[in-house]
Design a protein around this ligand. Structure first.
Ligand SMILES: Cc1ncc(COP(=O)(O)O)c(C=O)c1O
Length: 394
C-alpha cells in the first residue's frame, strides 16, 4: 500500500534506544548535543518578540507567492554590506528572494525545480543527516563528495569531479558545514562555479550558520554569486535563534536569464503551498534586527565552551579537537576502540554524557564524536570533564 520512498527503517537505532532507556530509568544526562537554542539558557527579548507578532495586519489574508514584499526586503537587507564570492555581483534583489517555512522546505522546492526522479545531487561528507530524507521525498539520489581533514577541512575536488555523472544536477555546500564547522574557501567556490556553469548544474548553498564564524571578519556569502546558478538557503532558526517561528528563505542568483527562469518557476511552487504564516512574515524585519544581541550571546557561549574544552583536552593524551572555523558544533578525534555508536552509548551509560557518534554525519570511518558548543556552560564543563576522564579510563 505504501510507496518505496517511505520504506524507512522505523525502529529506533541502538543509540536512540539506549537514550530512551537511560531517560526512562531517570538517569542523569549531561547533554553535549544540545542544539535547540530556545532551551540553552539564552536571554531572549521576550516582549519584543511577542509584540512583533501582534501586527494588526495579521488579521487579514493577502498572500504573495514569494512571501510578503517587506519581509523579502528585510532578507535582502540582511546581506547588505556583506562580501560575496563574486566581486562583480549586484546586491540581493528582493524579487529573487522566496520565503519558506524552513530550510527543509526550501530544499524540497529547489530539488523539485532541478531534478527529475533519479537525478543526483552531490553532497558533502561528513554533513547533516536530514538531507537523506529530503532526497527520498524528492525521488533523487545523494552522491557524497568527501571533505578531507588536512590542516583544516577542504573539499576533495578531485573526488567531487570523479563523482559527477550525466545525472548530476547540483552541488550542495553547507557553509559553514554542520558538523565539521568548515567554510567553503574562495578558491573552492570559484572551482565549484566553474564545474556547475560548464555542466548546466546549480550550486545549492546552506548558510544557516553563516553568522557564526570563528574568524574576525564576516564570512563571504553565496547569495552574491553570479558565476553559476546558485540557491542560497538560510532562515531564522539559527540567525535569530528562533526555530519555532518556522521562517526561512532561498536567494536565487546567477547568470541573469537562468536566475530569472528559476525564480519564475520557484514562485509557482511556492504559490502552490503559500506556507509561511502572515504574522511571522510581518515580524521578520524585527526578528532579523534582534539577531545582533542574540548572536553575541551565542558567540560568547561558543568561545567560553571552546576554552573549557581546550583546557580539558590539554590534559588528555587521547582526545583532540579538530580545527573549528564556525557554526555551533565541533568534532573530537578519539581512539578507535569500537564503533562510534558503541562508544557514544558507552559514554552515556557509564558517564551520563550524551554525544553524537560521527557516523550519524557520514564520517568515512570511526574515531569521531560530534558535540554542540551552545550547551549551557556549567553542563558543558562537567560533561567535557567526564568525557575526557571516561575516554582516558578506556
Ligand atoms: C546545516 C543545516 N541546515 C538546515 C537546518 C534546518 O534548518 P530549519 O530549521 O530552517 O529547517 C539545520 C538544522 O540544524 C542544519 O544544521
Amino acid at each position: 500500500m505504501f510507496t518505496s520512498r517511505t520504506n524507512w527503517q522505523l525502529h529506533p537505532n541502538p543509540y536512540t534506544q539506549a537514550l530512551e532507556e537511560h531517560r526512562r530509568s531517570g538517569g542523569e544526562i549531561l547533554d553535549l548535543t544540545a542544539s535547540n537554542p530556545t532551551e540553552c539558557g539564552f536571554d531572549y527579548p521576550q516582549e519584543e518578540i511577542l509584540s512583533a507578532l501582534a501586527d494588526p495586519r495579521s488579521l487579514a489574508y493577502h498572500p504573495e507567492s514569494k512571501g510578503l514584499a517587506e519581509a523579502r526586503r528585510a532578507v535582502a537587507g540582511y546581506y547588505e554590506g556583506r562580501a560575496g564570492f563574486s566581486p562583480s555581483a549586484a546586491p540581493v534583489d528582493p524579487d529573487h528572494v522566496l520565503l519558506a517555512s524552513g530550510t527543509s522546505e526550501a530544499y524540497s522546492h529547489v530539488f523539485r525545480l532541478l531534478c527529475e526522479p533519479g537525478d543526483e545531487i552531490l553532497v558533502p561528507a561528513p554533513s547533516y543527516p536530514l538531507f537523506e530524507f529530503l532526497a527520498d521525498l524528492a525521488d533523487i539520489r545523494l552522491v557524497p563528495y568527501p571533505l578531507l581533514y588536512d590542516h583544516g577541512w577542504q573539499i576533495d575536488l578531485v573526488s567531487l569531479r570523479a563523482a559527477l555523472t550525466p545525472r548530476s544536477r547540483a552541488v550542495m555546500v553547507v557553509h559553514p558545514n554542520n558538523p565539521t564547522g568548515s567554510f567553503v574557501k574562495p578558491g573552492e567556490a570559484a572551482e565549484l562555479a566553474g564545474i556547475c556553469a560548464a555542466r548546466d548544474m546549480a550550486i545549492v548553498a546552506d548558510e544557516v550558520f553563516l553568522d557564526y564564524t570563528n574568524a574576525p571578519h564576516p564570512a563571504q556569502t553565496f547569495a552574491l554569486h553570479d558565476a553559476a546558478l546558485t540557491f542560497t538557503l538560510s532562515g531564522l532558526s539559527k540567525i535569530s535563534l528562533l526555530p519555532q517561528m518556522k521562517l526561512a528563505w532561498t536567494v536565487v542568483s546567477g547568470p541573469h536569464s537562468l536566475a530569472k527562469t528559476a525564480v519564475e518557476r520557484l514562485e509557482i511552487i511556492a504559490d502552490t503551498y503559500l506556507s509561511p504564516g502572515t504574522p511571522v512574515q510581518l515580524a521578520l524585519p524585527k526578528f532579523l534586527a534582534l539577531r545582533h544581541g542574540l548572536q553575541s550571546q551565542v558567540r560568547r557561549r561558543i568561545s567560553e565552551n571552546l576554552s573549557v574544552l581546550d583546557a580539558a583536552l590539554a590534559e588528555s593524551g587521547v582526545v583532540t579537537r579538530l580545527d573549528f572555523e564556525g557554526g555551533w558544533y565541533t568534532v573530537l578525534r578519539v581512539p578507535v576502540t569500537r564503533t562510534d555508536e558503541a562508544l557514544a552509548i558507552d559514554l552515556l551509560q557509564r558517564c551520563s554524557v550524551l554525544v553524537h557518534p560521527g557516523h550519524f554525519f557520514n564520517f568515512p570511518r570511526d574515531g569521531f564524536l560530534v558535540i554542540s558548543l551552545i550547551t549551557l556552560e556549567s553542563e558543558f564543563q562537567e560533561g567535557v570533564r567526564r568525557l575526557r576522564d571516561c575516554l582516558a579510563a578506556g
